[in-house]
Design a protein around this ligand. Structure first.
Ligand code: AMP
Length: 147
């Protein structure tokens, strides 16, 4: 089997995400692979359509959340010695965006946690499950214990 050349870490900044990040870092060192990071921003505030009332889309809150996500991503990239050009912030559905980025950047291994924000009650979280089922490359789900 060929060595992995480009590893993509999917990070949600939830509890335990450092364990997933360091596993991806170790694998990249082991295979002498390039390491990239993706965080998908999916925390859009409710719009009026959600509650059927006139609640304006709050751009200030969105911008603030986005700035926080950017900051955490750049701090993590620094900690893992990943260049800023390989730390990507995307918007949309986490599993769809992780898969899209992996294909676009010709990644050959995706590393995610077994559980994150959407997975505490499940054997495998919904993002991890979706990525595992639809990715065209290998996927490693780092086992995280339930808290
Ligand atoms: P979940 O399946 O949502 O419980 O999350 C499992 C794993 O998927 C997390 O540990 C992350 O590695 C990855 N993941 C979840 N949400 C995101 C996100 N918004 N951006 C990037 N990766 C994510």
């Amino acid at each position: 089997m060929n060595n992995y050349k480009h590893i993509l870490l999917g990070v949600d900044f939830y509890e335990n995400c450092d364990a997933v990040a360091f596993r991806a870092k170790e694998l990249a060192a082991h295979y002498q692979a390039q390491l990239s990071i993706v965080h998908v921003f999916d925390s859009l505030p409710m719009t009026d359509a959600s509650y059927g009332m006139d609640m304006p889309f709050n751009m200030d809150v969105t911008n603030e959340l986005m700035a926080g996500a950017k900051k955490r991503l750049s701090e993590l990239a620094e900690k893992l010695a990943v260049p800023a050009s390989n730390a990507w912030l995307e918007m949309g559905s986490p599993k769809a965006e992780i898969i899209r980025v992996a294909e676009e950047k010709q990644v050959d291994l995706i590393v995610v946690g077994s559980h994150g924000r959407h997975g505490l009650a499940l054997l495998l979280g919904s993002t991890a499950n979706g990525v595992l089922h639809h990715a065209h490359c290998d996927v490693l789900a780092v086992r995280l214990q339930d808290n």
